[in-house]
Design a protein around this ligand. Structure first.
Ligand SMILES: [Zn+2]
Length: 443
């Protein structure tokens, strides 16, 4: 019985791999227009987003999310050296099809630089873009557009990104400016260089809105952009606005485009165990997905894939030995824990006022004492709010659970089922019918 079943399963696997092989073979012989499923791909990464974020967000929103109806499968996230990946290794896997060690960007542990799906798309004449709410040089956008041994070498990542992308929108201005201007580049002013090579430069929301041309470099913060909860205190654009502008610019190319969009701050929120920040940035990400889906539906020639890179924080729905959830508490929170901690006086005598003003919470004496005596006030504030909302956390780091994947548009059916994160660029390449072999060393 068992061996018969195994033979049947093996037969199916062989049949599947044969048909994939045949597709690739005919593609190499003569790229037939009919084998191109989608001309454009928008690859969207909610950093740190796992099934429990999605379930919490549905409760927070009060109805299904835009992503919910697009669910297609699950993805394994482990890296070459750990069951718990970081964003650098996860994004390298999703961009190059190769597992690597945590911290490495577009490079395998043997030091070989691996071609990314963004670079492969560019070689085929497609325009390319990167959008993120972290520094644009941060791990996820970096791994699609640069090759370097350590994610910390962000000033080495920035110039590579300018060679690989027509659209770069996010934070991280410091990594493009010279030390003489307070930046991290030794001698180069990459903003000036970009301007000379035809990029429109944008440094705030208004400049982004009025920007035009075929290339744009928009850097809206020195480092990471603000959490969506705190964005109103800044002149920064939303993730949706950046995504819309990126699509407008990239779509001018008749040969199509590849766009990476990262909702970077869901992960940041997870690292701080900040439940309100996590939900608000999930909402900002969902807004960007909705805009992309609108475009894809009208265009009819665009695949959208939405997939997290790993879980952050080991978030749960409920916890604290309670049998219900209370996400509505988070709607009254108007600032991140980081922002609130910054408003505390040195002696923390104003805990009550700060929590009342920014979280609509009348703290109990025990909660006030906890925040006053905590080593890290921000973590204590987030702890109080998470407990009131009954959102559980198990760590300030990542966890190794599988994450869910969503897709819509031509070719989206290929993403069904349980995949390894290294499968994704091959599937994207298949949809766009571009050459992306297993042995994809960078030229
Ligand atoms: Zn992280």
């Amino acid at each position: 019985m068992k061996s018969k079943l195994a033979a049947v399963v093996l037969g199916i696997v062989l049949a599947c791999s044969t048909s994939i092989f045949q597709t690739n073979q005919s593609a190499e012989a003569a790229p037939a227009a009919s084998s191109i499923k989608a001309k454009n791909v928008i690859f969207m990464v909610p950093d740190g987003f796992s099934p429990a974020y999605a379930a919490n967000y549905r409760l927070y929103k009060g109805e299904p999310s835009v992503m919910d109806s697009m669910l297609v499968g699950m993805v394994r996230t482990y890296s070459a050296d750990s069951a718990l990946t970081d964003s650098a290794a996860a994004a390298t896997a999703m961009a190059t099809g190769h597992k690597t060690n945590n911290g490495m960007i577009g490079t395998t542990p043997d030091g070989i630089q691996r071609k990314t799906i963004l670079e492969a798309a560019r070689e085929q004449g497609k325009t390319t873009g990167l959008v993120a709410t972290s520094s644009i040089t941060d791990a996820t956008p970096a791994a699609f557009s640069a090759h370097i041994f350590s994610r910390d070498e962000e000033s080495g990542i920035a110039p590579q990104q300018l060679e690989n992308a027509d659209v770069l929108l996010g934070g991280g201005k410091n990594f493009f400016l010279p030390e003489s201007m307070g930046g991290k580049q030794k001698n180069r002013n990459l903003l000036e260089e970009a301007k000379r090579s035809g990029y429109t430069i944008a440094e705030d929301r208004n400049q982004l809105q009025s920007a035009s041309g075929s290339k744009i470099l928009g850097l809206f913060a020195d480092g990471d952009m603000a959490p969506e909860l705190d964005r109103e205190h800044t002149n920064e654009p939303s993730l949706k606005e950046m995504t819309g502008k990126a699509i407008d610019i990239l779509r001018q190319n008749k040969d199509g485009f590849f766009l990476l969009v990262e909702g970077s701050q869901i992960d940041s929120a997870g690292h701080y165990n900040d439940a309100a920040w996590a939900m608000k940035d999930t909402q900002a990400f969902e807004d960007a997905v909705a805009l992309a889906v609108d475009f894809a539906k009208k265009d009819g020639n665009t695949l959208i894939v939405v997939v997290g890179d790993h879980d952050t924080g080991g978030i749960s729905v409920g916890g604290y030995d309670q049998t219900y959830a209370k996400l509505e508490v988070l709607h009254r929170v108007k600032a991140s824990g980081l922002y609130m901690a910054d408003k505390l006086k040195a002696d923390r005598s104003n805990v009550k006022e700060v929590l009342k003003t920014y979280a609509s919470i009348d703290v109990t004496a025990a909660e006030e004492a906890k925040i006053k005596s905590a080593k890290d006030a921000m973590q204590a504030i987030n702890g109080v709010i998470s407990e009131r909302a009954l959102v559980g956390w198990i760590t300030y780091l990542h966890t190794g659970v599988d994450v869910q994947m969503y897709a819509i548009g031509p070719g989206s059916e290929l993403f069904r089922g349980l995949h390894n994160n290294t499968d994704l660029p091959h599937l994207v390449a298949q949809v766009m019918n571009i050459d992306f072999g297993n042995d994809s060393h960078k030229k």
